[in-house]
Design a protein around this ligand. Structure first.
Ligand code: GLU
Length: 274
């Protein structure tokens, strides 16, 4: 049975772009008699607010969406993410990184990957004794994936997108990504991959801004031995100015539309699902 999900981060109010993403997942499940799930991606405790979680559920219900229970709340699962990180660390695929943003920006050669400048690998070269000393001294650190070692272990990988067809994964172009941040015990990439498997998601629908990230998620699936869902990356909804909708577009939030007397069917149509 097909299982899809909508996985918003409660960092603000939902706007029409979110409605489009949620409706895409919901319709894909309904079209094949499957299940539609919700997940609240609130691992970033500095940016997420519980008040937005409540509003998201309310807005989606108002829009007419029905989801299977329970809603998965990522912040309730930090222990699971930790256990997964321990697994990778035990296989020598992670290393602590003490660099600050400034250190990374100051590195002489910083080729760009899909998410910005690639990490130059400074802390990969530290000896076990140097690492232990810095940790003992209380220096904060992130955990990075040794992507070359991980790719060597996983071998060649591909994944399938319903629109783009078969994609050959090239996770190495992200460099040694952070899987646990200094201020947050799991990264988006880690949590999303583990949770899609944990929730039994068989079709991941999401914006095409995350298309490249799927290469990395595919690598993590291989490392953890997880099932590989099908994907359908969709174009992002653009605002009147031709730019993607974002939090700054206050007038386009579902709440403000509803307050202005727009009904759910009209909002669905505005999000391209009339
Ligand atoms: N939480 C992510 C976002 O709000 C969605 C991630 C995903 O669908 O994989 O952009």
């Amino acid at each position: 049975m097909i299982v899809t999900r909508f996985a918003p981060s409660p960092t603000g109010e939902l706007h029409l772009g979110h409605a489009h993403a949620a409706l895409t997942a919901w319709e894909a499940a309904r079209a094949e008699g499957g299940r539609f799930l919700l997940r609240i991606e609130d691992i970033d405790r500095t940016r997420c607010r519980p008040v937005f979680t409540g509003q998201i559920l309310e807005d989606l219900a108002w829009l007419g969406l029905v989801w299977a229970r329970p809603v998965r709340i990522q912040s309730a699962h930090f222990a699971e993410y930790r256990a997964a990180l321990d697994q990778l660390a035990g296989r020598g695929l992670l290393y602590p990184c003490f660099c600050t943003r400034k250190d990374i920006a100051a590195a002489p050669t910083a080729p760009h990957g899909p998410d910005g400048p690639l990490y130059p690998g400074t802390c990969r070269a530290l000896t076990p004794a140097e690492r232990a000393e810095r940790i003992a001294a209380g220096q904060p650190y992130a955990l990075r994936l040794d992507v070359a070692a991980a790719c060597a272990e996983a071998g060649p990988l591909c994944w399938h997108d319903r629109h783009a067809g078969t994609v050959t994964a090239d996770p190495a172009r992200f460099g040694d990504v952070v899987l646990a941040r200094k201020d947050c015990p799991a990264s988006y990439h880690l949590a999303v991959t583990l949770d899609d498997a944990r929730q039994g998601v068989t079709l991941v629908t999401r914006g095409e801004d995350l298309f490249a990230a799927t290469d990395l998620h595919r690598l993590l699936q291989a490392l953890f031995g997880l099932p590989v869902p099908d994907y359908a990356h969709h174009p992002l909804l653009l605002g009147p100015d031709g730019r993607r909708l974002a939090k700054r577009d206050r007038a386009q939030t579902l709440r403000s539309l509803r307050e202005a007397g727009v009904d759910p069917a009209q909002v669905r149509a505005m999000a391209g699902h009339g």
